[in-house]
Write a protein that binds this ligand. Sequence first.
Ligand SMILES: [Zn+2]
Length: 296
Amino acid sequence: MIIDCHTHAYPAEVVARPRAWALEHNEPHWAELVDPTDRTSIQGWSDPDSMLAAMDAADVDRAALLGWYWENESTCRWHNAAMAEWIRHAPDRFIGFAAIHPSADVREQLESSKAMGFSGVGELHLAVQGWDLDSADWQHLTDWCTRENWPINFHVTEAAGIPQPGSVATPLEWFIRIAQRAPDLKIILAHWGGGLPFFTQNPRLRPYLHNVYYDTAASPLLYEPSIFRSVIDLVGAKHVVFGSDYPLRIYPREQTSPDMQRYVHAIHDEAQLSLAETEAVMGENFARLLPPEQHK
Ligand SMILES: [Zn+2]
């Protein structure tokens, strides 16, 4: 079983003219990431059928469609409605994670996402979206997700990397604070948690990180394949979840259109994992993190 825990899905109206669409909707950060004016974009696009074909080619059984970290609540709601259509198109293949925005009606956003068939929250960006970890909105979000058994996927920016155009810092202490205050919340930190796995070696921090998981999204853009072995040695295979960031072209020199197969094959060929570790990372771990109605 292979489950891709980190993909994105955008409606056709965006694909046709991403930058113009984003600027009309006051979403400058997304415009800068996916359709920059000063460099070639590595964003790819898909529709439900081309994504299902990419999944079939890579033997990926199911994929989580993550909402984007939009800067406006209205865009979050629009995106959730669009992703809900994809989920209805293939409910056994697509799992929905809702785009949620900090506001007084965060509980209503969550309830309406649940009614539309979603199973988690994310990808959130604490800085770009302006989440305040001391606010009532934040408390409502983490209480609700803990109670409903919904994992939250957070974008984490590499803590000590070469700054990428459009990247916005997400200090690692924020995630430690979240985990300390909500010990039963299932926290998925995207892009290997930006370096947080190193700190599990600190015995004073490790107890707080027991419910923190690290996804592998976009790894080929950032790291050598040896990172799989290194991070699993630091945090254990049960804390790593496979995600691709499809339809991003994570092998930009070789991919003209997005696919999942190349990355899945690279993990099998180059990550140096045992069979049991591979099965845990590629699907078993994420399946366990989903709320009970998604257990199949
Ligand atoms: Zn991300």
